[in-house]
Design a protein around this ligand. Sequence first.
Ligand code: ADP
Ligand code: MG
Length: 257
Amino acid sequence: MSTVETPPTAPPVLAEGVTKRFRQGETVVEALRDVSLTVRDGEYVAIMGASGSGKSTLLHTMAGLTRPDAGRISVAGTDLAKLSDAKLTRYRRRTIGLVFQAFNLIPTLTAEQNVTLPLLTDGRGSEAGRRLDPLLDRLGLTPRRKHRPDALSGGEQQRVAIARALVTDPALVLADEPTGSLDSVTGQAICKLLKELCEEQKRTIVVVTHEPSVAAWAGRVVVMKDGRVLTEFRPAEFPDAPALTAHYQHVVSAPAK
Ligand code: ADP
Ligand code: MG
């Protein structure tokens, strides 16, 4: 008699030995050097590091926007290198929700039209009616839905951008410095919202930031330096934000081994 075992579900993100080089004139910059990282289902992970440490490049490889020179990225068990350009585009549209520092909203469209756009480009416009109202409601945007971006505050614009990232119901949300253009109070409200979305909706969230006050919201912080993963820690290990900041500054300023 044999027992049927359910296969273990693949982690949302598995990066193994990822290397990425960029040519800048005569020199070659190693943006990522042998980076390995696993993000588990439902995790809220922050990737921290100074400017130029490779955070955005790592996020872009996860999003399938950049192909690594070496190593492998799998998302939910799919090796991104094996996808054709057409399949990669579909992957980006369906599996990933992307949020950037610049909200990248289309200025001539209203908030709700901006949010609906990814469904239209994916041929799923018929889902808009069902998805839009609860999403705008959840993000507190219902009273602002008919406004264009120039009539919205920075925090509202970022909430529209988050709604746009969520409208296709992606398993993985990738955010690159999502609070970088916001004042600290609004930025903290966005961090809280991302954490709630992770907990309520079981989405996996990866946030890139150089700000300890943003990383503090994550369940786990991965620290990058010079294209490498230096270390990781859990914000819960620290009594308060200054202690977390001090630890972060200590690890990034330590001389390389
Ligand atoms: P971070 O997001 O941590 O600030 P990045 O991933 O943007 O860092 O960049 C890492 C390094 O790679 C930097 O030295 C940057 O100048 C370089 N880099 C990133 N993207 C490109 C590109 N498209 N062309 C050339 N160099 C790049
Ligand atoms: Mg960056």
